[in-house]
Write a protein that binds this ligand. Structure first.
Ligand code: C5P
Length: 327
């Protein structure tokens, strides 16, 4: 049932993510890659508000925040697609809804900002419309919107398999401290996956195309048991030791954006325990020892000239929370 015009607006706060492991298999027939994806939600958030709109408005989208100019406001926006998908799922006529995104997650940075907005829109519209969608149906809708959207509904830490949507929650002890170096401009996720395939094909010995089982098996994505134990034990030093080789997309992101090597070097020189490219990049994530180290590393990174800004945060962050319903 579409919201009555007087229904209160609903605001849902959704965290960003970092992939502390991103093991990428060969591409399947659909072009998607089999993954072992260790997601960690981090405490940088977008706030997504769904408010009733006058009849005939349709799905109207607005975005504010430092990167708002880089966010598409048409039907391609994942939050708008989420609202349309939820309405269709419930057989609702074209909904009239105002979606507002207060954006703090870097755009096209490999931190699932668009996916977080989609998860927020699903939850905010579900509350606004009183559709009470069961969790497993929300998960199925989220999978159709994008590989990272199901995790954005969950938060915390999880292993994502398949495209990343088959989730197993992971235990994490304590709090990990992070600094994120935000780059100027984004990187296209499909382009980074394509570059990963290209680099692997170029590295194959002649006569052994990557699609052959023997070659493909070399890239079978498996979660790293040492890394999972480090998360479970809250052991930042042990986690740091695994990070430099944890992201299979990192060589591709560095190939497309060689300057990221300078950012990674600057973070390590600034005192980070370890750094890696976040997801498909170009944001770089640095694990640091504690909150004091985070502030110091962020200050040095910001001065290094190798990134646009440096953000301090912690993980794991809880999943989406409804932070307000208001007239
Ligand atoms: O699922 P999502 O729309 O976020 O994926 C964006 C792009 O990333 C896909 O179009 C595909 O090129 C690539 N991708 C992939 N394998 C995955 C997830 C994403 O190749 N498991």
């Amino acid at each position: 049932m579409p919201a009555a015009p007087e229904a209160p607006a609903v605001t849902v706060r959704v965290p960003a993510k970092v992939n502390v492991q991103l093991a990428v298999g060969p591409p399947g027939p659909d072009g998607f890659h089999e993954l072992a994806n260790v997601f960690l939600a981090v405490a940088l958030h977008d706030d997504v508000t769904a408010a009733p709109a006058p009849p005939g408005t349709g799905i109207r989208l607005a975005c504010e925040g430092p990167d708002a100019d880089a966010v598409p406001l048409d039907d391609s926006n994942l939050a708008a697609r989420a609202a349309a998908l939820l309405a269709a799922h419930h057989g609702l006529p074209t909904p009239d809804v105002d979606l507002h995104i207060a954006k703090d997650i870097p755009v096209a940075g490999g931190m699932a900002g668009g996916s977080a907005d989609a998860a927020g829109a699903l939850l905010a519209c579900d509350a606004l419309w009183g559709t009470a969608t069961p969790a497993e149906e929300l998960h199925a809708l989220a999978s159709r919107l994008g590989s990272d959207v199901p995790f954005c509904l969950l938060g915390g830490a999880a292993l994502g398999q398949g495209r990343g949507e088959r989730l197993t929650p992971l235990p994490v002890a304590g709090t990990f401290h992070w600094v994120f170096a935000v780059a100027d401009g984004g990187l296209s996720t499909p382009a980074v996956y394509r570059e990963c395939d290209r680099l692997r094909a170029a590295a194959e010995p002649a006569g052994q195309p990557a699609a052959e089982p023997a070659a493909g098996a070399a890239h079978e994505p498996r979660p790293d048991p040492v890394l999972l134990a480090a998360l479970r034990d809250g052991d930042a030093a042990a986690l740091a030791a695994r990070l430099p080789a944890a992201n299979d997309l990192q060589p591709a992101a560095l190939s497309l954006r060689p300057a990221l090597a300078d950012t990674l070097a600057a973070g390590r020189a600034a005192g980070a325990l370890a750094g890696l490219v976040s997801g498909s990049g170009p944001t770089c994530a640095f694990l640091v020892a504690d909150a004091d180290a985070a502030r110091a590393v962020a200050a040095r990174l910001a001065d290094s000239g190798t990134c646009r800004s440096a953000r301090v945060t912690t993980a794991p962050a809880p999943g989406p929370t409804t932070i307000g319903t208001h007239a």
